[in-house]
Design a protein around this ligand. Structure first.
Ligand code: C2E
Ligand code: CA
Ligand code: CA
Length: 702
């Protein structure tokens, strides 16, 4: 029952007691918290309370008794913004006329809301109750706005995230549109099914055990999971699962909110892939190999398995790059990586460590050495098959070093180091083969390291000597050239020969300062010799790298006062293989100032004929090995004969080196060689002695 009715009942009861009801009615009406107006049967105001006047901010005269309802409506409507029900004065008046109840809400210009109830009375009059419903109305509006916001948020959530609710056993009870969309299942297929339906199989069961442990305790789980869609495609979701707890505090359902992160995961995977793989061949790179090898080692240890590490280094790859260009080199590396994959087993790691260096790591499945040997031989075979580049065949070889875990080491770097030592040995023994690591290699490497350090110190101090070996005119047997041969005055091992340290000096770059020392010393020594005798200085291929050589030579000549036409350089063919153009230029520069150049060890290298033709040599030195066999091996005679023919054709002088017997000397002289050298005629000796000793030796020998 409405409050207005109550107010009138009070008024009614008062009148029955026959007191001054008019007075009481007045008091009752005035004390009401609502605005009240009473109209008589002719719709004229009998009484309107103060509250009513205040609600609408009406003046006393606007609400004086006797005013018509129309007047009042006019006054009120002047303050109204809008009526909630589309109330026209006409509609209200009609209701009054018909004696029907009427209700509406006004929004006033001052922002308040007034609810109007009209109740007809039996005498044809009526009562209006005006109630301030501003608070109520605002609360309603707020609730409506909140509801609207919720709907919008829900919509946004549904657009952005995947929502699923499951019961405690994982049966899906709710799936939003996004869930259906991303999983490819329709709602009927999802709801009622277990969430396992979407399992990708990518995660370890432990992840899910952890998840359920956490959820069962009422905790929230968050993580990145991979799910499988109906199509079989995988998608990644960042997942937050919240348990909904029942009255006993135990979960009754789980709500999962997931965000699709497949694109991010893909991008991450691409970055990860690029960081771990060699761009050219697609094989693992060095960093990835080290990382994976670490895992394999742990696994091998746990399962008591052996690991085999193969380290491969191509032989002759640099030659391919230098002569055929980098495109050829790249093509070869790609073809090689395919061949490696074809012979390796599924789980093997195959990596390109850089340049022409590769590694394979595999678990042993039985006798490790036998297995390693088999694959090593296969590797040698597959590399031996020529590679093709622009319809031409390109051949390289491969050297393979092998190490085993746990036998040779338990860390990745130790195993690679040891396989590298084995590889180094293969290279030293002539390449294109394989070797297992042996402890002795390690000891060797250590003593080599010691030697490198000592050499470095010695180069800084100049602990070297030059010995000179004479080269004679074959006809007159007069000394023509003195070849400088370096010796190392080692602090503890005495005098060391070049085969012990020149290779190390070349590998470590020490050949450059050492070479400068040799050149200066040779020039300084020769400056004091008889004018007719030249000095020959051996140059390592490494000394040709960079443009500095010519400057060094010029400076040395100036500083020692040596005449350039008394200086001869001996170079080997290997030097001719690299940067041909630059070397040719350097050759011309040297020759232009009067220096002569001899091609050393001729006949044993690759590029023999071609290089003699295209480089302006003054001399070739027939290699010792031909001299040795020239008396009794027809093949060596053939080589000597063809070298003579070639040299005469080009107008180049020929030196025969390594002459130890008179027979060799006589034969070579008879073949017309221009110059002769060897122990028979003179051994290398310190500068002060060499000239007189050599002359006397020659006299004695002949
Ligand atoms: P190489 O330039 O072919 O020098 C000739 C080598 O043969 C010298 O050995 C010499 O002592 C040796 N020899 C000379 N006559 C005979 C002979 O009748 N019979 C035999 N069996 N050997 C003979 P050495 O001094 O031990 O030098 C070895 C190599 O070390 C040289 O071969 C050269 O390649 C290199 N080398 C020597 N000195 C220098 C140098 O100052 N700079 C550079 N870069 N390399 C050098
Ligand atoms: Ca030489
Ligand atoms: Ca030689």
């Amino acid at each position: 029952m409405s409050k207005a009715t109550n107010d009138f009942e009070i008024a009614g009861r008062v009148s029955k007691r026959e007191v001054n009801w008019e007075q009481l009615l007045h008091t009752a009406i005035e004390s009401s918290s609502h605005g009240l107006c009473v109209f008589d049967g002719r719709s004229r105001l009998v009484i309107g309370n103060e509250q009513h006047r205040c609600l609408y901010s009406l003046t006393s005269s606007e609400v004086s008794p006797g005013r018509s309802v129309e007047d009042l409506l006019k006054g009120r409507h002047a303050r109204v913004v809008a009526a909630m029900e589309n109330v026209q004065s006409a509609g209200y008046l009609a209701a009054i006329q018909r004696g029907e109840e009427f209700q509406t809400t006004y929004e006033l210009q001052n922002g308040s809301f007034i609810e109007l109830d009209m109740h007809p009375m039996s005498d044809g009059g009526f009562v209006e109750r005006h109630r301030d419903v501003t608070e109520l109305r605002l609360a309603e509006l707020r609730a409506e706005a909140a509801r609207q916001e919720l709907i919008e948020k829900q919509y946004a959530i549904d657009q952005a995230v995947i929502v699923a609710i499951t019961d405690v056993r994982g049966t899906i009870t709710y799936a939003n549109d996004r869930f259906c969309e991303i999983s490819g299942y329709n709602r009927e297929e999802l709801v009622g099914n277990n969430h396992r339906l979407l399992k990708s199989g990518l995660h370890a069961p432990e992840i899910f055990r952890q998840m359920y442990r956490r959820l069962a305790k009422g905790g929230v789980w968050r993580g990145e999971l991979c799910n499988r869609a109906k199509s079989g495609e995988l998608y990644w979701v960042d997942t937050v699962i919240t348990p909904q707890l029942g009255s006993n505090g135990k979960p009754v359902a789980y709500m999962a909110i997931r965000v699709d992160i497949t694109a991010r995961k893909k991008a991450e995977a691409q970055v990860y892939y690029a960081a771990r793989h060699d761009a050219l061949t697609g094989l693992l790179n060095r960093a990835a190999l080290l990382e994976d090898l670490l895992n394999r080692l742990a696994h091998a240890k746990a399962s008591e398995q052996e690991l085999i590490v193969y380290l491969l280094d191509l032989d002759g790859f640099k030659w391919v790059n230098d002569t055929l260009g980098h495109a050829a080199g790249d093509a070869l590396l790609k073809q090689l990586s395919r061949r490696l994959k074809s012979v390796a087993s599924d789980g093997d790691l195959i990596a390109r460590l850089g340049g022409d260096e590769f590694a394979i790591v595999q678990f042993s499945s039985g006798e490790a050495r036998e297995q390693a040997k088999r694959l090593a031989i296969t590797l040698l075979e597959i590399v031996a098959i020529p590679f093709s580049f622009e319809a031409q065949d390109v051949s390289v070889g491969v050297s393979i070093g092998l190490a085993f875990a746990p036998l040779h080491g338990s860390t990745a770097s130790e195993l690679l180091y040891k396989a590298d030592l084995a590889l180094y040995r293969v290279k030293a023994e002539g390449r294109n083969g394989y070797r297992f690591f042996e402890e002795e290699m390690h000891r060797n490497a250590q003593s080599r390291n010691r030697l490198v350090n000592e050499l470095r110190e010695s180069v800084a101090r100049g602990d070297f000597e030059l010995h000179y070996q004479p080269i004679f005119d074959a006809k007159t047997l007069q000394p023509s050239v003195m070849e400088a041969l370096v010796r190392w005055r080692h602090p503890s091992q005495g005098l060391l020969y070049p085969d012990r340290f020149i290779g190390i000096a070349e590998e470590t770059g020490l050949i450059e300062p050492l070479g400068r020392w040799i050149l200066r010393q040779a020039c300084a020594d020769a400056a004091s010799w008889r004018k007719g005798v030249k000095v020959a200085v051996n140059l390592s291929p490494e000394q040709f790298r960079g443009p500095a050589l010519f400057d060094v030579v010029l400076r040395t000549l100036l500083e020692t006062g040596m005449s350039p036409d008394r200086l001869e350089f001996e170079v080997t063919e290997s030097m001719l293989l690299q940067e041909k153009e630059e070397n040719l230029l350097l050759f011309r520069q040297l020759k232009n100032i009067g220096i002569s150049i001899a091609l050393d060890d001729f006949g044993v290298g690759y590029a023999s004929i071609g290089s003699v033709v295209s480089f302006p040599f003054d001399k070739v030195k027939i290699d010792r090995s031909f001299t040795r066999d020239v008396v009794n091996k027809p093949a060596s005679r053939t080589v000597v004969a063809s070298i003579m023919t070639l040299a005469r054709g080009l107008g180049v002088q020929v030196t025969a080196e390594g002459i130890e017997t008179r027979d060799q000397l006589e034969y070579l002289r008879s073949q017309g060689v221009d110059l002769v050298q060897g122990y028979l005629l003179g051994r290398p000796a310190p500068a002060a002695l060499s000239e007189c000793i050599s002359v006397s030796l020659v006299e004695r020998a002949l």
